[in-house]
Design a protein around this ligand. Structure first.
Ligand code: ATP
Ligand code: MG
Length: 680
């Protein structure tokens, strides 16, 4: 057996080596991501060209981690380049090989959410930013549904979130918005997927061309693909389907954005040659107590496909009981969270801060907790659904390095770095205006050249030429310095910062300085300058201050796929979690799956907190608390309002083996009954 598979259990190994098309449908912490990574390593060690594998992850952070793991297994030469989110890999494909997409501007810009909203407001003559935000989401839903007419939207939990008038208004606005984007030579995030899918659907030759680039498409978190992403995978995978997908229907939490868990359930309809979904039943992440809680929550899901989480070591001690903590006010919640972290650190002095995570359903729940932690000088890192982009100083420095490294041996510039060239021209500002850049674009497109390559032959005034050539000159200096001094990625970045004269703006202290420190640390782990540039091109950049060890405070949607030693789920009140709108929209099941995701992030201990009174509104404990078997709770504290404040710290009675078996059997019976009902 080859080494890279030695770590896997037999079911994982079978999955890692099965012939595509394959779907691995398995519970949290069962090693789906691990198996996917090992499969990639196996294919490459078996002789597959790294560039022929396309690995799609759900977040840029997950992509960064995956690339790091592959690097460790394969070394820099053999680590695949195409590891990224749907958006990132498609951005790269369009930049490198987007010629076949009608109307796609060369060197196009990609608008962030904020810029895109502004453009939408301009195009529609809108004033109210909040209303525009809602319209932007509706536009996004249409694009992800690949339709212009809301009546043709594919079924998903998201449609119910919008009033029909809002969807109609979004549809009416769409043409003007697309025209405005074209005017800016820009794509928004959703276009990165919708445009290529529509182009492939209209042009089978393009589909065949792109699809032939990859030997296999590997997709993590397949349960959360939306209509456009699903169509994209199908087009690229071809038939019978060069696709390896892993996912867990119980962790489908993006229905509100148009994801359809049906894609995972209907995998064999899409790929007729696929065997029945492969299962992994052993959980390597959590204590038996946490797994039993997760199984009990899962059993309440009316639609989930039957599956059970079992501890890898059946003889493992059950682990700490789960604590439900009830406090009177949000301020008390902050104090309690602080006490939780401090107690953990007292008990385990070696515990890194980052192994403690506070996960919340909504940002406002995190605020008093952040305040209390910060006041006590506990380092915290807040990760919200809208991950902030690194500051422009840092992005530009990375772009300078990418541009510098994009010149081939023959002296030709690579069009894959067109976006880096655009950014380098824009920062630090050198007066290279939009009109000049537009001419350069046209000139490059006419000659089929990289933007940087087209500078030499562009008809331009001496001053214009000077500006553009200065950029290329600096890039040349950086490239020469990297080569001569054989710099590693972090030093190469430092050189790029100095040569481009951005360095002075990256002084420690400010926001750019912090992000810069994180960027250097991430670069140091990249192995080689080329590997680093590849990752950066796919947007796998660390967020702010990721390099520092800190308690992680994040929304559930961000915590997907991650794991922590100790987890506190906060704000478990009716109306907050489940969210009050979920009831109206029939989305309670998705709220429960969020709870399941939260519970299954924890390795060792789990606390569940709820607040009796937020502002003038008296809370009730979340219904999900009652779904955790009492035997698993510390002091068997029932989640019922009481005067007691925090739950009593009575000694834990670990659930017995007999108790475990009984619960598991009960669970299996409930699942089987449900499956039988579903089959009728
Ligand atoms: P999620 O559904 O939360 O994304 P997952 O199924 O992707 O979970 P992984 O993150 O791949 O699970 O694995 C969970 C943990 O178990 C990781 O720490 C991983 O390193 C470990 N693990 C996976 N397989 C094995 C194995 N065969 N032996 C030991 N540890 C393993
Ligand atoms: Mg995973």
């Amino acid at each position: 057996m080859t080494d890279h598979l030695a770590r896997l259990n037999p079911a994982q190994r079978a999955a890692a080596t099965a012939a595509a098309p394959v779907l691995v449908l398995a519970g949290a912490g069962s090693g789906k991501t691990e198996t996917l990574i090992r499969r990639v390593a196996g294919l490459i060690l078996g002789g597959e060209a790294p560039d022929r594998l396309l690995c799609i992850t759900f977040t840029a952070k997950a992509a960064g981690e995956m690339r790091g793991r592959l690097l460790a297994l394969l070394g820099p030469e053999r680590t695949p380049r195409w590891v990224g989110t749907f958006h990132a890999v498609m951005a790269r494909l369009l930049i490198e090989d987007g010629g076949g997409v009608p109307g796609l501007p060369r060197g196009f810009a990609i608008l962030g959410q904020g810029d895109a909203r502004e453009l939408l407001m301009q195009a529609g003559g809108l004033r109210d930013a909040k209303a525009a935000g809602l319209l932007q989401e509706a536009v996004s839903l249409l694009k992800n549904g690949l339709v212009a007419d809301p009546r043709r939207l594919p079924r998903s939990g998201a449609v119910a979130r919008f009033e029909p008038e809002v969807l109609a208004q979004a549809a009416a606005l769409l043409p003007a918005y697309q025209t405005a984007l074209a005017g800016r030579q820009a794509l928004d995030f959703d276009d990165l997927i919708a445009r290529p899918v529509l182009a492939m659907q209209a042009d089978p030759a393009l589909a065949a061309h792109w699809s032939s680039r990859w030997a296999e498409i590997l997709v993590d978190e397949y349960q959360d693909t939306n209509h456009a992403q699903h169509a994209l995978v199908r087009l690229l995978a071809g038939q019978p389907g060069r696709v390896f997908a892993v996912g867990d229907d119980l962790q489908a939490i993006y229905g509100w954005r148009g994801a359809d868990v049906g894609h995972i359930r209907r995998f064999r309809k899409d790929y007729k040659a696929a065997p029945a979904p492969l299962k992994l039943e052993t959980n390597y992440r959590s204590t038996p107590t946490i797994l039993r809680a997760a199984n009990a929550v899962a059993a309440e899901d009316p639609e989930a496909l039957p599956k059970l989480l079992r501890p890898a070591d059946p003889a493992a001690p059950p682990g700490a009981a789960i604590v439900i903590r009830e406090v009177p006010t949000p301020e008390d919640d902050g104090r309690a969270a602080l006490a939780w972290v401090q107690a953990l650190r007292r008990r385990l002095p070696e515990l890194p801060w980052r192994e403690c995570a506070v996960l919340v359903r909504a940002g406002f729940v995190a605020e008093p907790i952040l305040a209390a932690l910060r006041q006590a000088s506990v380092p915290v890192r807040l990760v919200t659904d809208r991950e902030p982009e690194p500051p422009k100083e840092v992005l530009a420095t990375v772009a300078w390095l990418r541009l510098a490294m994009s010149r081939g041996d023959g002296g030709r510039w690579d069009p894959a770095a067109d976006d880096a060239f655009r950014r380098a021209c824009a920062f630090p500002a050198r007066g290279i205006g939009g009109a000049l850049f537009g001419r350069l674009r046209e000139h490059a497109a006419a000659g089929g050249l990289a933007l940087a390559q087209a500078v030499a032959t562009l008809p331009a005034t001496p001053k214009e030429r000077q500006g553009l050539e200065a950029v290329l000159g600096v890039a040349g200096e950086i490239a020469a310095g990297v080569a001569r001094r054989r710099l590693g990625p972090a030093d190469a970045l430092r050189l790029a910062a100095e040569a481009s004269e951005i360095a002075e703006r990256l002084a420690p202290g400010g926001r750019p300085g912090q992000a810069w420190a994180a960027m250097l640390q991430a670069a140091a782990e990249a192995g080689s300058v080329a590997a680093y540039c590849d990752g950066a091109a796919l947007g796998a950049m660390p967020g702010e201050a990721e390099a520092t060890d800190a308690v992680q405070v994040m929304t559930l949607h961000r915590a997907k796929g991650l794991e922590f030693d100790h987890v506190l789920l906060a704000g478990l009140e009716e109306g907050v979690w489940p969210h009050w709108q979920a009831e109206q929209q029939g989305a309670i099941a998705e709220e429960r799956r969020l709870f399941y995701v939260g519970v299954t992030r924890a390795r060792h201990t789990l606390q569940l907190g709820w607040v009796r009174q937020r502002r003038d509104w008296a809370g009730k404990p979340s219904r999900f608390l009652a779904e955790i078997p009492k035997a698993l709770l510390q002091g068997a504290a029932a989640p019922r309002p009481s005067r007691a404040g925090t739950a009593p710290a009575r000694p834990v009675t670990p659930p017995s083996q007999a108790e475990t078996d009984r619960l598991v059997a009960e669970f299996a019976a409930r699942q089987a009954a449900r499956a039988a009902r579903a089959a009728r």
